[in-house]
Design a protein around this ligand. Structure first.
Ligand SMILES: Nc1ncnc2c1ncn2[C@@H]1O[C@H](COP(=O)(O)OP(=O)(O)OP(=O)(O)O)[C@@H](O)[C@H]1O
Length: 918
């Protein structure tokens, strides 16, 4: 059955209706699919049926007639080339009937049958479905059973019904003789068989290479399809049947609106893409990129539901989140170098430090020097790397030029008959390196040492602000495990990177300022490794460009990070760590400085934090001073800030109650309230925006330091020494002595170390040696502790739980023994520090600034210090403290006794004042 155009269809229909027997026509194919000329051979066929298109579509001229024909014999068109126009008019006389009644030879028929069966078997094997296979099998059986005479007829049938090239079919149609037809059919079948064999082979090999990936792909597709189905199933369960379950409401909510929780496939895909983009942004050939690529591949291979998948994914997230220099450079150069290139950088930095901190002049000066050095080095490094990149560009241009020249030379060498002298051996010039890594661009590591609350941490923040870099703080207090700094290996459950890498990630840039807080509180070697040793690697500029974090397991470049350490004391810091740092001492503030800090920084900060303004609350100088002296006793300002915060909060409550009572919004200013005040009401309260000194007891409670003041008394055997506590704060410590019945021994208590014990014994020995000169005994030979009655001396330093050591209490203990044995008292406004020798000399001691400031805070008015410490007082003690304090410098114990007890109070037999100079 073939479609024919409407015109031909109408004609044929007429013909059929007019004819008595079914008419015979010639069906002639086109010479090729695209050609407009006819083929020379066609088929004579009887018309079986002509079908008109349905009436509803009749007007549609595109709709063809369907013509069913019964083929009878081959026909030939001698004038096929120009038969086209005649055909359109349906010519009557055009064909010849060649005679094709000869018998084929048995041999040719057998070959034909073999070829046909082979092809049909192959087609049956490769058939995509059952019915096709049956079709080929039936044909094959027909071929097998056909007689030699009928073989050409079967060849005609096979060629017409198989999927064979058009040109081959036309060629076959042109054959008339039986043998010729069989031979041509055999050739076509052999060709078809080999085509199908080759294409099967190709398909198989492609299939093998794809099957692994496809298998994974198909499985994943199936998995997600199953998950989707399960979700749909879950949604279709009636809400009532789930209402008893705890998460019913939640699920109901998610059904109602298409929540982002449903979109997990999409989110998952986006996250993976994000990781991918970050990996691609990493520097080529860098360790981190290699590692990331390796892990990425592993991730793709592991099933998404496995534990391993989560571990690798977590690792990749960390690895890609660290700001690696190459990926970060583009963003950070623009901002951090911008700040450094600014001509006013130093003056701006100075202004920043001044805006954040009061006083600390020497420290600020040192910090400005430090910042200047950092700036110079960074700019220098940037210039060098710029030059290096120019060098690289130059080198690349040269290499390109050289390659071009070489190519030209080669062609000329080829044409000039292989002249050896022209063959140039070029040695490539070494490629200059880009200075991107391993280049430390910072100054020394700063270590701020001082008592709590003296602004160490906030100075670090100011430095970061001045450099326009992110600030991160890592608290090392109580860090016992090396893993906290270096991370834990990935084999540990729930492992992660150390706090250095975490800080880098949070900073988001490879050049932040990282403050290592409380380095003195880090613990040293134990069975968890040595965190202090790990810190050494972090801080060593020679090593930290390839810091090793156990979790990431690739070197991390810390050379761009500015590290600043803080500590309360130097005593517990390991020597190698101390060696890497430049120590800057912050020794505490005088009351005057505290007043300034409170007024300019702490009060405004607390007002803002508690939602008030200066209009709502003002605290007078004397009130602030009362808070500082009676409620705090510290080197820093942290307790002061807390106390001010408590006062501000108290007033904030008062203000809110007041506003509620008069019915106004608490946001308005106090000055506005007076205008809008509501008429008198019984609920109305009063509000006073000034805090007086006497109100403090109601707000802050009973002063903490009043009792201590009272306890400082003038007493036999009691002397006040000056100390520095473990946190670096200076203060006053009483040295108490009493006589108890005994046998002339010395008893020392109060958690004393060896050195302080020895200096106690030394002081007593000196007093015993000079007991006669001091009018304690009547002869040189008498022991003051055995005469008239045998007694023991007990020396105690209060705060027994706090460990004390050092030689600096020497003169205080000596004075205490003298007071105990003579009965004379040292006034309670005097405090002293100094080491004694057996000869009665007074030696220099440390911590003078802290001690003097501590004495000043404790309202001591006279301090006795060793002569050798005059320079410390001159350099370190603020002028306003020196003005308010009488400082006496002493060289010997005799001078100390005179300064402590008063001139002439302690008698001295003058005949012994001659000391041997031998
Ligand atoms: N000179 C100052 N000027 C202004 N504010 C200051 C000054 N010194 C300290 N402060 C303020 O005191 C508070 C405590 O300071 P910070 O936290 O820096 O103390 P720290 O020395 O780091 O203490 P710690 O040793 O306990 O860590 C901060 O709010 C800080 O702003």
């Amino acid at each position: 059955t073939i479609p024919v155009s409407n015109a031909i269809g109408e004609l044929l229909l007429e013909l059929v209706q007019e004819a008595e027997v079914p008419p015979v026509i010639a069906a002639v194919p086109l010479a090729s699919a695209e050609a407009s000329t006819l083929h020379e051979w066609g088929t004579a066929a009887r018309i079986v049926r002509v079908v008109r298109p349905p009436r509803s579509l009749a007007r549609d001229s595109q709709r063809p007639y369907l013509l069913t024909l019964h083929g009878l014999a081959r026909v030939r068109l001698p004038e096929a080339q120009n038969a086209r126009e005649k055909i359109d008019g349906l010519a009557e006389r055009i064909v010849e009937y060649p005679n094709a009644d000869d018998d084929p030879s048995a041999e040719v028929a057998a070959t034909f049958k073999a070829a046909a069966i082979k092809l049909l078997d192959r087609l049956a094997r490769d058939a995509p479905n059952e019915s096709k296979r049956d079709f080929y099998v039936k044909l094959s059986n027909m071929v097998d059973e056909v007689t030699t005479q009928r073989a050409p007829w079967l060849a005609d049938i096979l060629i017409s019904s198989l999927n064979i090239e058009y040109a081959d079919k036309l060629d076959f149609l042109s054959a008339v003789q039986s043998d010729d037809r069989l031979k041509r059919a055999t050739a076509v079948f052999v060709k078809q068989t080999s085509i199908s064999e080759v294409s099967k082979k190709i398909a198989q090999s492609i299939d093998e290479s794809l099957s692994k990936q496809q298998k994974e792909f198909f499985l994943r597709q199936q998995l997600s399809a199953i998950q989707r189905e399960l979700r749909n199933l879950d949604r279709s369960v009636p809400a009532a049947s789930r209402s008893g379950t705890p998460d019913a409401a939640e699920r109901k909510g998610s059904n109602a609106s298409s929540s982002e929780l449903d979109d997990e496939d999409h989110a998952e895909h986006e996250e993976m893409q994000d990781i991918r983009v970050k990996i691609e942004a990493m520097a080529k050939d860098s360790e981190e990129r290699k590692m990331a690529v390796r892990e990425w591949r592993r991730l793709r291979r592991t099933p998404a539901t496995g534990i391993e998948h989560g571990v690798i994914r977590n690792y990749l997230e960390w690895l890609t989140a660290v700001p690696w220099p190459a990926s970060a450079r583009t963003t950070q150069t623009s901002t951090s170098f911008e700040a450094l290139r600014d001509r006013n950088f130093l003056s701006k930095a100075r202004a920043q430090l001044d805006a954040d901190h009061y006083g600390l002049e020497k420290i600020k000066k040192r910090l400005i020097e430090y910042l200047a050095v950092v700036r110079l080095k960074e700019l220098q490094a940037e210039k060098e790397s710029h030059l290096a990149s120019l060098e690289v560009e130059k080198h690349e241009a040269q290499a390109e030029k050289q390659a071009k020249q070489d190519a030209e030379a080669k062609t000329s060498v080829d044409t000039e008959a292989k002249d050896d002298s022209k063959a140039l051996v070029r040695v490539p010039a070494p490629v200059p390196k880009l200075l991107t890594r391993g280049k430390s661009v910072k100054g020394p590591i700063l270590l701020f040492v001082g008592p709590p609350g003296t602004g160490k941490t906030s100075l670090g923040q100011s430095i970061a602000r001045a450099l326009d870099r992110p600030f991160q703080r890592i608290s090392l207090g109580g860090v016992r495990d090396e893993g906290e700094i270096r991370g834990h290996r990935r084999t540990y459950v729930a492992s992660g990177p150390g706090n250095i890498v975490q800080a880098l990630r949070k900073a988001g840039r490879s050049d932040p300022v990282i403050l290592l807080d409380e380095v003195d509180k880090i613990s040293h070697g134990n069975f968890h490794g040595d965190p202090a040793a790990a810190l050494l690697e972090v801080l060593d500029p020679e090593q930290n460009h390839s810091f090793h974090d156990h979790y990431l397991n690739v070197p991390v470049d810390l050379s761009q990070v500015l590290f600043i350490c803080t500590s309360n004391t130097l005593e517990t810091i390991a020597a190698p760590l101390l060696d890497r740092c430049e120590v800057i001492y912050l020794s505490g503030y005088t009351y005057d400085e505290k007043m300034h800090i409170a007024r300019r920084f702490l009060l405004p900060k607390q007002l803002q934090a508690n939602g008030l303004t200066e209009d709502h609350l003002s605290i007078g100088d004397s009130t602030l001073m009362h808070i500082a002296t009676h409620y705090t006793r510290e080197a820093g300002v942290r307790s002061l800030e807390r106390a001010i915060g408590a006062v501000v909060r108290y007033k904030a409550v008062e203000w809110a109650e007041y506003c509620d009572s008069i019915g106004v919004d608490p946001n308005i200013l106090l000055s506005d309230v007076s205008v809008r005040q509501a008429p008198d009401s019984p609920l109305r309260r009063a509000y006073k925006n000034v805090v007086e000194e006497q109100e403090l007891e109601i707000i802050l409670g009973i002063p903490r330091w009043d009792e201590d003041e009272c306890e400082r008394e003038e007493r036999r055997g009691l002397v006040y020494g000056l100390v520095v506590t473990g946190t670096g704060e200076g203060g006053v410590l009483p040295v108490e002595t009493i006589m108890v019945p005994g046998s002339g021994k010395l008893k020392l208590t109060g958690s004393l170390g060896d050195v302080i014990k020895e200096s106690g014994e030394l002081a007593l020995s000196w007093v015993k040696r000079h007991a006669y000169d001091l009018y304690i005994t009547k002869t040189h030979a008498q022991d003051p502790l055995k005469n008239p009655d045998p007694m023991d001396v007990h020396l105690h330093l209060p705060s027994g739980a706090v460990r004390k050591d050092g030689p600096s209490a020497g003169i205080a203990m000596t004075c205490a023994f003298v007071s105990l044995l003579t009965g004379a008292c040292v006034p309670s406004h005097i405090a002293m520090t100094g080491e004694v020798t057996l000869r009665g000399r007074v030696g220099a001691v440390g911590g003078i600034k802290e001690k003097v400031l501590g004495a000043h805070r404790a309202q001591i008015t006279k301090v006795i210090l060793p002569w050798a410490n005059r320079k410390d007082v001159e350099h370190d003690v603020p002028k306003d403290v020196r003005v308010n304090l009488q400082i006496v410098f002493v060289r010997t114990i005799e001078e100390t006794l005179e300064a402590a007890f008063g001139k002439g109070v302690i008698g001295w037999r003058s005949d012994v004042l001659v000391e041997s100079r031998l």
